[in-house]
Design a protein around this ligand. Structure first.
Ligand code: ADP
Ligand code: MG
Length: 694
C-alpha cells in the first residue's frame, strides 16, 4: 500500500498544474502538507437563526428555501446584481451579490440553501450582502456553512474556499488506519488524540467544539498535531545530543575542598544567588563524564565573567587548559586584564592571544599553549587558527557567543579532547527560541544583578525636545562623565528620512559641544580604526561617541553615564535593551534617552513604553518576541528557526517546552523506534529546513 499522505497534491481531483504550482510555492506538496497546514482561524456557522430574529450589523447563518431569484444590471456603471429571497418558517430575507452573475445558474428557486454572512440594513431594507452560501442536500453539515468552518491563508490562486474543499475531499479519501510515528508509550502517557482523528477534527471540528478553544489552538486535536511537529523537531536534537554524550571526556574534573578553598580566595565579592546557582549547575555538569554544552544567559552586568572564571579554575585545578574566547580584541583585552588581576596570587599562567599580538610574543604564547605551561588563554578567533595546538584543552568558554559563527565554535572545540563548552550571552533569549535555536544545549540563567547597581533611568522624548536632551548630556559631561549617541544607520538614505551619523557627529562637535571631543564609530570602518576609537573612548580622550549599533557588544566604559538613541522607534526592543546596557556600569546614576520622530506607530509606542518600564532583559525579550514574531526577533542573524507547518513558536510555546522535555525523555528511556530513527536520519533536516554546518 502506498501511503496516501505522501500523494502529491496535483493528483487530487480539482488540482490542475496552476493550482499545484501555487500550492507548492506555499510549501504544500503532499496531502500530508495539506493536512498539517492548520487553518488560521475558525468561524462558527453551525447555529442557524430564524430569519425573523436577524439584526443588522451581525454575522448570521440561516437555513431556508430560495423563493425567487433575479439578475439585474444597473444602468449606472453596468453593475450586475443578483438578488435571491430566502425564507424559513419565521420569515424571509433578501440576499444580494454584486458582480457574481454566475450565481443565477446555481441558486435557483425551490432549492434548500444555507446562507452565512453580514446582515445589513439600508434604504432597501434588511438583507445579506455578498454572503457565503451552500446548497443543502440530504445532510445539513456542509463544507462551507452549517458547521464550524475552517479558514486558510490564501495561497496564490488557491482561495480559502478552494483549500477547504480540497482538504475535505482529501479527508474523504484518507484511510481509516494510518501510520503514527509517535511511539505508542508516549501517546498513551500524554493521552494524545489518535492521528487520524486529530487530522479530521482539526480541520472540520464537530459542532459542539468550543470556538474559543479552536481559535486559541488549544483543542486536544490541534494540540496533538502541533505536539507531533514540535516533538519531531526536538527528537532530532535530542538524538544528536544523546549520541554526542556517548563520547566521554578523557579526564573528568572533580571538585574537592581544596578547590573550593582556592575558588573562595580569588573571589573579590560575594556572589549573588543567581551566580551561585549558575556556577553550581556548571560545575555539576563538568563533573559528568559527558562533555558539557551549556549556555549561560545573563543580562549585561549580571556578572557572568566571574562565574566563567570559577569554572575555569575548576578545570585548571584538574590539570586542564582553558580557552576563553571573546568576539573583539577590546573585549578580549578587558577579560585578560580582569582575569590576570583575579588570578595574580594563583600559580596559573594566563595569556592573551589576538590577531594583533606581536609575532615574537605570539610565538612564545603558542609554545606555552602547546607545552601546557599556559593554563588559561584569553583571545579572539585567533585562538582557532591553525598554528595553535593545545596540550590539554578541557574547557572552552565563549563570551557573547552569538557573535561567533557556528564554524568557529566547532573549530575551537575540535582542538580539545572533547572539552566542556560554556557559551555565554547577554542577549536574553526567550525560552521558546532557546529551545529551538539552542535545543541541544542546557541552559543556566543569572536573573539577578550584583548589589548596588542603579537601574538606568529611561526617558522617552520626541525630537522636538532635543535641546532639553542636549542640556542633560551637557550636565553629565560637565560632571566628568561621557556620552553615547546611537544612530540606526550610518549614511543618509534618500528614501528614508535619517539624519546621517556623520553629519550629526560634525554638528555635535561644531555647534553643540565645541568644548568636548566628539568621535564617530560605525560598522563600515576598518577594524583597527574602530578599535583605536573605542580605546580612546575607554580611556576618556573622547567624550561623546557617536555610533551606529556596533557598540552593542560587551563594551565596558563605566564612566559613560548617558546615552541618546536617535530614531529609537526604528530599533527592536531587545536591541534597545542591549544598547541601554552600555550605560549604568559605574557608580553614577545613568540616563538613557530614547528620541523618537513623530508620528510614531502604536507598535513603536508599545516598544518604547515597555522599555522605559522594565529593566528585566528576559521580560523584555519575551515581549519583543510577542511584538515582532520569531522571524524578526533575531534580525538578519542566521538562525536555526525551523520551518513549521502546524505550530507557532510564540502561540504554542508551552507545547514546545513539553516536546523538548518529552523528546529528551524518549531518547534516554527508550532510544529511538526504527520509524523515528528513519525520520531523524532521512527527513528531519529537510522537513524543518535546517542547514547542517561542519
Ligand atoms: P556581564 O555579565 O555583563 O559579563 P561582568 O561579568 O562584566 O558582567 O560583571 C559586571 C561588573 O559587575 C563587573 O565589574 C564585576 O566585577 C561586577 N560584579 C560581578 N558580580 C558581582 C557581585 N556578585 N558583586 C559585586 N560586583 C559584581
Ligand atoms: Mg560580559
Amino acid at each position: 500500500m502506498t501511503d496516501f499522505l505522501q500523494t502529491p497534491l496535483q493528483f487530487l481531483k480539482g488540482v490542475g498544474p496552476r493550482k499545484a504550482a501555487d500550492l507548492k510555492r506555499a510549501g504544500l506538496h503532499t496531502v500530508e502538507d495539506l493536512f498539517y497546514r492548520l487553518p488560521f482561524r475558525y468561524e462558527d456557522r453551525s447555529r442557524m437563526q430564524p430569519i425573523a430574529s436577524l439584526r443588522p450589523g451581525t454575522k448570521a447563518a440561516v437555513l431556508g428555501e430560495i423563493k425567487s431569484a433575479r439578475l439585474s444590471i444597473t444602468r449606472r456603471r453596468g453593475f450586475k446584481i443578483f438578488n435571491a429571497v430566502v425564507s424559513d418558517a419565521s420569515g424571509a430575507i433578501r440576499c444580494t451579490w454584486m458582480n457574481q452573475a454566475f450565481l443565477a445558474d446555481i441558486l435557483q428557486p425551490h432549492l434548500q440553501v444555507v446562507i452565512f454572512g453580514d446582515v445589513k440594513l439600508d434604504s432597501t431594507g434588511l438583507h445579506f450582502l455578498n454572503p457565503e452560501y451552500e446548497l443543502v442536500t440530504e445532510d445539513l453539515t456542509g463544507v462551507h456553512t452549517g458547521r464550524i468552518v475552517p479558514f486558510y491563508e490564501k495561497t496564490g490562486t488557491v482561495t480559502p474556499n478552494m483549500q477547504r474543499k480540497l482538504v475535505r475531499s482529501a479527508l474523504d479519501r484518507l484511510p481509516a488506519a494510518i501510520p503514527d510515528i509517535l511511539p505508542p508509550a508516549l501517546r498513551a502517557r500524554l493521552e494524545l488524540v489518535p492521528r487520524r482523528q486529530a487530522i479530521e477534527v482539526s480541520h472540520f471540528p464537530p459542532n459542539e467544539a468550543s470556538i474559543e478553544a479552536l481559535n486559541a489552538f488549544r483543542t486536544p486535536a490541534q494540540r496533538r498535531l502541533i505536539f507531533e511537529e514540535f516533538f519531531l523537531f526536538q527528537i532530532g536534537y535530542a538524538w544528536r545530543r544523546h549520541a554526542a554524550g556517548t563520547e566521554l571526556k578523557p579526564l573528568v574534573p572533580v571538585v574537592d575542598d581544596r578547590i573550593r578553598a582556592a575558588a573562595a580566595t580569588i573571589l573579590p565579592f560575594k556572589l549573588t544567588p543567581g551566580q551561585r546557582q549558575a556556577i553550581r549547575e556548571i560545575v555539576e555538569d563538568m563533573q559528568r563524564p559527558q562533555p558539557m554544552h551549556r549556555l549561560l544567559q545573563g543580562d549585561v552586568g549580571a556578572g557572568k565573567t566571574i562565574v566563567a572564571l570559577l569554572a575555569a579554575l575548576v578545570a585548571m585545578e584538574n590539570g586542564l587548559q582553558v580557552a576563553f574566547m571573546a568576539p573583539t580584541e577590546i573585549l578580549a583585552a578587558q577579560h585578560y586584564a580582569t582575569i590576570v588581576r583575579l588570578l595574580a596570587a594563583s600559580r596559573f599562567r594566563v595569556d592573551l592571544l589576538t590577531g594583533s599580538t606581536p609575532g615574537l610574543q605570539k610565538h612564545t604564547v603558542t609554545a606555552h599553549i602547546e607545552r601546557g605551561t599556559s593554563h588559561l588563554i584569553v583571545g579572539t578567533h585567533a585562538l582557532v587558527q591553525e598554528g595553535v595546538r593545545f596540550h590539554s584543552l578541557g574547557l572552552v568558554i565563549i563570551d557573547e557567543q552569538h557573535r561567533f559563527g557556528v564554524v568557529q565554535r566547532a573549530a575551537l572545540r575540535a582542538k580539545g579532547l572533547r572539552p566542556d563548552v560554556l557559551l555565554m550571552t547577554a542577549t536574553p533569549i526567550p525560552r521558546t527560541l532557546a529551545l529551538t535555536d539552542y535545543s541541544e544545549l542546557d541552559i543556566s540563567k543569572i536573573t539577578d544583578m550584583p548589589p548596588g547597581r542603579r537601574p538606568v533611568r529611561t526617558l522617552v522624548k520626541p525630537e522636538s525636545r532635543r535641546d532639553e536632551v542636549y542640556q542633560l548630556v551637557r550636565d553629565q559631561l560637565d560632571a566628568g562623565r561621557q556620552a553615547y549617541v546611537i544612530y540606526p544607520l550610518v549614511e543618509e538614505s534618500e528614501k528614508i528620512d535619517l539624519k546621517s551619523a556623520t553629519e550629526m557627529a560634525d554638528h555635535l562637535q561644531q555647534e553643540v559641544f565645541p568644548a568636548y571631543r566628539v568621535a564617530l564609530l560605525h560598522g563600515r570602518m576598518k577594524t583597527d580604526a574602530k578599535e583605536r576609537i573605542m580605546h580612546a573612548f575607554a580611556t576618556g580622550q573622547i567624550h561623546i561617541l557617536v555610533s551606529t549599533t556596533v557598540v552593542e557588544v560587551g563594551v565596558d566604559v563605566p564612566n559613560a553615564s548617558v546615552m541618546i538613541v536617535e530614531h529609537a522607534e526604528r530599533f527592536g526592543l531587545s536591541q534597545l535593551h542591549q544598547l541601554r546596557g552600555r550605560v549604568g556600569r559605574g557608580p553614577w546614576e545613568s540616563v538613557c534617552v530614547l528620541l523618537y520622530q513623530a508620528p510614531w506607530t502604536d507598535d513603536a509606542r508599545e516598544r518604547l513604553k515597555a522599555l522605559a518600564e522594565t529593566t528585566d532583559g528576559f521580560a523584555i525579550a519575551e515581549r519583543d518576541l510577542e511584538l515582532r514574531g520569531p522571524g524578526d526577533f533575531f534580525g538578519t542573524r542566521q538562525s536555526g528557526l525551523p520551518k513549521l507547518r502546524s505550530g507557532d513558536l510564540v502561540r504554542d510555546r508551552g507545547i514546545m517546552e513539553e516536546a523538548h522535555r518529552e523528546a529528551r525523555r524518549v531518547v534516554v528511556e527508550h532510544g529511538l523506534t526504527p520509524e523515528l530513527r528513519h525520520f531523524v536520519d532521512e527527513r528531519w533536516q529537510q522537513q524543518f529546513g535546517l542547514i547542517e554546518v561542519g
